[in-house]
Design a protein around this ligand. Structure first.
Ligand code: NAD
Length: 321
């Protein structure tokens, strides 16, 4: 069995490697070659932690396994990230444990890859202004991955806690792009692409604040009850997602569906656009919204890539297990 420790991941995979791995598995999901199994997520009644498993199997790549982990709100005070996860991969032919892979950085990379894929396939080609809502740990990864997809010329940012916006400004500076902290009216009025990546449980962005032709990647809502944009905005957009079952239960679409503003049947898997069986955006005026809920197969895809790279580089720790 191979171990790839968390500390090695940064040197093994780029955002671009993760983009390719996630793009492939989204396509596989839409072909019905890959399945996510039901998610388990529980408040464990200790350390205020939420803990669970995301698992699945991709018959094309033979990636089989699970990501185990969750959210420990007190970790920051211990010098650790609040989100902790580990990926376990199994041999699809024998069921033996094949690899244990640190999953923290991989989670950020695979989540950033998902919204970047949605921008590649759904944003207008002439998108110039990128709006960021949220400035936490994931936001910098989201921003870097998004900037690779279009010729963005300006970045706008809003966060409930404005003191955190420096994180986005630093990434903008890395890329030599202007960054401006703005209110939500300005962000919606000027942005061609908007990424939301917050822990909000109430709508932040309203339908009236978003202009026609915008592409939104709503990435923060991954649990029942969370919400980043008004249900009316979801209803006004064409909705794409990683997985419909998660979108309507734990994703951004859950509220619009519950209020009868959107039907499950109207939600399109992004993999169908990747495969060319759905056209994606059909006009420059259309609002497109990607509901990125985060599926286990994304984790397995990037962890498999990490194992492959670690083995090639001779840094995988091989143990008799
Ligand atoms: P973080 O704790 O580092 O940052 C949280 C962000 O949300 C900050 O911008 C903070 O200001 C903002 N925020 C907190 N409470 C808020 C509220 N009540 N209203 C509005 N904004 C609020 O978290 P992170 O690691 O950056 O993750 C952000 C979100 O993304 C989390 O909710 C996490 O569960 C989710 N996430 C989703 C996926 C996925 O695949 N979809 C993957 C990883 C994380």
């Amino acid at each position: 069995m191979i171990i790839v420790p968390e500390r090695e991941i940064a040197g093994l995979l780029t955002l671009s490697d993760c983009f390719s791995a996630v793009e492939k598995v989204f396509a596989s999901m839409a072909n019905r070659s890959a399945n996510n199994f039901p998610v388990v997520r529980e408040a464990i009644g200790h350390a205020e932690a939420l803990y669970g498993f995301k698992s699945g199997f991709d018959r094309e790549s033979l990636a089989l396994g699970l990501k185990s982990g969750g959210f420990w709100p007190g970790n920051m005070a211990k010098g650790l990230t609040n989100h902790q996860s580990t990926v376990f991969l199994f041999d699809a032919d024998t069921g033996r444990c094949r690899a244990v892979v640190g999953g923290n950085l991989l989670t950020a990379l695979r989540t950033a890859a998902a919204s970047a894929i949605s921008i590649k396939y759904l944003a207008r080609k002439d998108a110039k202004v990128l709006g960021m809502i949220g400035a936490g740990h994931q936001s910098a990864f989201q921003l870097r991955a998004a900037l690779d997809q279009r010729g963005f010329e300006r970045i706008l940012g809003w966060n409930l806690h404005p003191e955190m916006l420096g994180r986005l400004e630093t990434v903008a500076q890395e890329r030599g792009l202007p960054f401006e902290a703005v209110d939500l009216d300005q962000l919606g009025a000027e942005s061609d692409v908007i990424i939301t990546i917050t822990s909000s449980f109430a709508p932040i962005l309203k339908a009236s604040q978003v202009k026609p032709g915008t592409h939104l990647a709503c990435m923060g809502t991954d649990t029942k009850g969370k919400q980043e944009v008004e249900a009316e905005l979801v209803a006004a957009a064409t909705i794409f997602t990683d997985e419909v079952a998660q979108s309507v239960t734990i994703g951004e679409a859950q509220h619009a569906v519950a209020e009868g503003l959107l039907t499950e049947q109207a939600i399109v898997e992004i993999g169908a656009v990747i495969n060319g069986t759905h056209p994606g955006r059909t006009s420059a005026q259309e609002i497109t919204l990607f509901d990125g809920t985060g599926v286990g197969l994304q984790d397995l895809a990037v962890a498999s890539a990490a194992v492959e790279r670690a083995t090639e580089k001779g840094i995988a720790i091989d143990i008799d297990f």
